[in-house]
Write a protein that binds this ligand. Structure first.
Ligand code: FES
Ligand code: FES
Length: 158
């Protein structure tokens, strides 16, 4: 069965079982390796991407639920090749990653957060982002999200 959707601005059509997790499709069928497999049970957040602007845990999201929708992965987060998304810039500025494995999921969850809450408090960040980092980068992630929110506010005024 063919399932059609848009991913990072490009049309995709995949012939896979309807119940296949979107993560499998993104990584193995479409070759986009930025989105990571962690727990496979919607617990860790490593596989977070956006479907129609909502952050979803793609290890537990059937590809059929993405039919006709717009999927964005970390590879498609920046608005253009020349311009980083505020989350990407802040992650660089704050030197967030350690091993890096969990970071794409955190970045996608964080991008959704600052879209919904343009000036989040530390409590907003803690209560809205339940992703797990085994390297313990959470303090830098909180700093980076606040920085990204500031960058986003600045660019909105330009
Ligand atoms: S791999 Fe999807 S939440 Fe852990
Ligand atoms: S940076 Fe290593 S798991 Fe988060």
């Amino acid at each position: 069965m063919n399932i059609d959707f848009t991913i990072n601005g490009t049309k995709a059509s995949v012939d896979v079982p309807a119940e296949m997790p979107l993560l499998w499709v993104v990584r193995d069928e479409l070759g986009l390796k930025g989105t990571k497999y962690g727990c496979g049970k919607a617990l860790c957040g490593a596989c977070t991407l956006h479907v129609d602007g909502e952050a979803v845990r793609s290890c537990s999201f059937p590809v059929s639920a993405a039919a006709g929708k717009t999927v964005t992965t970390l590879e498609g987060l920046s608005p253009s090749e020349e311009k980083l998304h505020p989350i990407q810039q802040a992650w660089i500025d704050e030197q967030v990653p350690q091993c890096g494995y969990c970071q794409p999921g955190f970045m996608m969850a964080a991008a959704k957060l600052i879209k919904d809450i343009p000036n989040p408090t530390d409590e907003d960040i803690r209560s809205n982002i339940s992703n797990i980092c085994r390297c313990g980068t959470h303090p830098r992630i909180i700093k980076a999200i606040r920085r990204a929110a500031e960058l986003q506010r600045i660019s909105a005024t330009l």
